[in-house]
Design a protein around this ligand. Structure first.
Ligand SMILES: NC(=O)c1ccc[n+]([C@@H]2O[C@H](COP(=O)([O-])OP(=O)(O)OC[C@H]3O[C@@H](n4cnc5c(N)ncnc54)[C@H](OP(=O)(O)O)[C@@H]3O)[C@@H](O)[C@H]2O)c1
Length: 232
């Protein structure tokens, strides 16, 4: 089950998993984009379920999770990827934008986990991969709400990884630097994106995490541009 699967990183993750023979449940608000991804998956002879929903809405998240469980019988891997950026200085940020940032980047992951974890725990098997950001590891000006949400997502990931170890469920957070997507083009229109990572680069890492040996614990994974972003 992949949130934010209509374009960008989530779309690339969906295609990567479908390419490995996984059935995928695709979540985002825009049905048309999800249907385009589902059509690409069906040309790969894969199976995709389109579940349009706002990940910040607790009622519809529960409903989407139940639809995926009913359609596939189980959900093995949850990728909490949907995100929201509102980059401006704190004195220009409204309470609504602050709350939206926490709801979409952080609380949505909690909501999907709450909906799917009982089933994973019962089967003593599962993977949760949260799409965080380099902004979850370091501070950047004018990104306060996003920075707070992604730092919290990393903290929560680390706690959840410990909590779920007895149930054989692995939890990871991926922290990319700049990736060339609509999100970064809209949030940082003036930045030169040449040499930035592509969605497929991040999808490759997500796929690797999902297939990591159960003997390996790897909670936070940081991905920077080879040229341009210093390693923390
Ligand atoms: N691009 C970067 O440089 C970068 C770097 C580090 C981390 N990230 C993280 O990577 C993740 C994906 O970003 P991206 O760059 O791939 O962005 P993107 O290309 O804009 O894709 C974002 C996806 O999330 C969906 N989405 C957004 N808000 C949603 C909501 N409230 N409910 C359901 N779906 C929602 C969008 O669909 P709808 O609009 O149709 O809902 C879309 O499918 C985000 O968590 C972001 O923070 C990105």
């Amino acid at each position: 089950m992949i949130t934010g699967a209509g374009r960008g990183i989530g779309r690339a993750v969906a295609l990567a998993f479908a390419g490995q023979g996984c059935s995928v449940a695709l979540v985002a608000r825009t049905r048309g984009e999800l249907e385009e991804v589902a059509a690409e998956i069906s040309t790969l002879k894969g199976r995709a379920l389109v579940l349009p929903c706002d990940v910040a809405d607790p009622g519809v998240v529960q409903e989407a999770a139940e639809k995926a469980l009913n359609a596939f019988g189980r959900v093995d891997i949850l990728v909490n990827n949907a995100g929201y950026a509102c980059f401006k200085p704190v004195w220009e940020l409204s309470l609504e934008e602050w709350r939206r940032s926490l709801d979409v980047n952080l609380t949505s992951a909690f909501l999907f986990c709450r909906a799917l974890l009982p089933h994973m725990m019962e089967r003593r098997s599962g993977r949760i991969i949260n799409m965080s950001s380099v902004t979850g590891l370091k501070a950047l000006p004018e990104q306060g709400a996003y920075c707070a949400a992604k730092h919290a997502l990393n903290g929560w990931t680390k706690s959840l990884a410990l909590e779920l170890r007895p149930y054989n469920i692995a939890v990871h957070a991926v922290c990319p630097g700049g990736v060339d997507t609509r999100f970064s083009r809209e949030a940082m229109p003036h930045r030169d994106k040449s040499g930035w990572m592509q969605p497929e680069d991040i999808a490759h890492t997500v796929l690797h995490l999902a297939t990591l040996s159960p003997r390996v614990a790897l909670d936070i994974v940081s991905l920077r541009r080879f040229a341009g972003e210093p390693l923390a």
